[in-house]
Write a protein that binds this ligand. Structure first.
Ligand SMILES: *[C@@H]1O[C@H](CO)[C@@H](O)[C@H](O)[C@H]1NC(C)=O
Ligand SMILES: *[C@@H]1O[C@H](CO)[C@@H](O)[C@H](O)[C@H]1NC(C)=O
Ligand SMILES: *[C@@H]1O[C@H](CO)[C@@H](O)[C@H](O)[C@H]1NC(C)=O
Length: 368
């Protein structure tokens, strides 16, 4: 027995041995990743993310098995014809004839986080969007609503107020995909933006033509606080999706780059989402996300395909980013640490995904 065993070991094919080594290495790397990851991060993130993968798989099979009969949960006992699964943010008049329904493709939404200190710039932004037939929603993070009443558009906007919450908190709670499914594009903007050189109609036309699922107007680099070269305006072009230059930290973006912040990426002060990409991005906003650090780098998952093609910066319609600390410095600083933890987790999670994919591929290759 013994001799045949050792013989078997001796004649073990090399490929199998390397495979076993690779397997062990991967196992080690994976567990090291997990250990470091969990040291940084509250464990419940981990569970949430892992169980999400499982849930998605479950949902996929479920949606396949009952594509025809499935009803929204809770509506099973209702006659089919009266189920209204989605909604919108249109205001309806109390009396008189029914409002004429606008065509779906022309409806768009601007949601903007607004404090009374930025009343002037918000007023300018909202006026521009209302004249382009947008539905406008204000997220009042300072709890002050009445002081906006003197503006003539105030009654046409939807006001939501919750003290000391960020744009992302509001967006997760009040822009559920089922509620905003009518809107072709969703502008989820900060308030400290200058829009003298921005035309809403032209912008919409460009992103439709270019097929941009996620986009932002370029930032005027002469006046704005610009953190990333990719989003700075290139005055020679209409739209850009890539940069070709050094970006600091000894890193260089070139024509072959496929990762943010070289390509396929927008900043979080003025993103514009298509219906489909928002449907995806909403699911990615964690309930305790504050400033969305780390979220921007993951948005590529929601690009509805190749992010280096479907995410872009519009140069011909551009804005100024004043970079005001609009939620109050002390709050921002405290929250920063928490978001940092989230981005570290996001990083590890994606690293793990990738190594798991590689790992499975190696097994398949090894087995073949
Ligand atoms: C909101 O934040 C401000 C500034 O940090 C603080 O003074 C205020 O007490 C906070 N309000 C609430 C209700 O938490
Ligand atoms: C910034 O200033 C330079 C020099 O004055 C000018 O050529 C360029 O067009 C300006 N950029 C923008 C985006 O306005
Ligand atoms: C990009 O990739 C091509 C093909 O692999 C290579 O020939 C070229 O030198 C690369 N360009 C840069 C700037 O690295």
């Amino acid at each position: 027995m013994k001799t045949s065993d050792s013989k078997a070991l001796m004649v073990e094919p090399r490929r199998q041995r390397t495979f076993r080594c690779r397997f062990l290495c991967m196992l080690f790397l994976l567990s090291a990743g997990f250990f470091i990851g969990s040291a940084f991060v509250v464990t419940d993130y981990k569970e949430r993310f892992l169980s999400r993968g499982f849930n998605d798989a479950m949902q996929n099979t479920r949606s396949k098995t009952c594509e025809t009969q499935c009803r929204p949960q809770g509506s099973e006992s209702l006659p089919k014809g009266i189920v209204s699964k989605t909604s919108d943010l249109e205001m309806r008049s109390l009396w008189g004839p029914l409002d004429k329904k606008k065509s779906k493709s022309s409806m768009n939404l601007l949601a903007i986080a607004a404090g009374i200190k930025q009343k002037k710039s918000v007023n300018k932004i909202v006026k521009k969007f209302l004249s382009s037939d947008f539905v406008v929603m204000l997220f009042h993070y300072d709890g002050i609503v009445d002081d906006w009443r003197d503006l003539d558009w105030s009654d046409r906007a939807i006001h939501v107020s919750a003290v000391n919450q960020t744009k992302w908190w509001f967006a997760k709670r009040f822009l559920h995909p089922d509620i905003v499914s009518e809107y072709a594009y969703i502008f989820l903007w900060d308030e400290d933006l200058g829009i003298e050189n921005f035309n809403v109609g032209r912008y919409l036309k460009i992103i439709k033509e270019e097929g941009l699922e996620i986009s932002q107007p370029a930032l005027d680099p002469n006046i704005s606080e610009v953190h990333h070269h990719l989003t700075a305006r290139d005055s020679r072009s209409k739209v850009h999706r890539k940069i070709n230059k050094l970006i600091g930290g000894g890193r260089k973006c070139d024509a072959n780059s496929t990762e943010p912040p070289c390509t396929g990426w927008v900043e979080m002060m003025a993103p514009v989402f298509s219906r489909a990409s928002w449907h995806c991005a909403w699911h990615m906003i964690q309930n305790d996300l504050v400033h969305a650090w780390g979220l921007d780098f993951q948005l590529g998952y929601c690009a509805q395909g190749d992010r280096t093609k479907n995410i872009g910066i519009v140069d011909s319609e551009y804005i100024i980013h004043y970079g005001l600390p609009t939620l109050g410095g002390s709050v921002a600083n405290k929250m920063l640490l928490r978001d940092l933890h989230q981005s570290i987790f996001m990083f590890f999670f994606c690293f793990l995904c990738r190594s798991q994919l590689l790992f499975t591929r190696n097994i398949i290759i090894g087995a073949a």
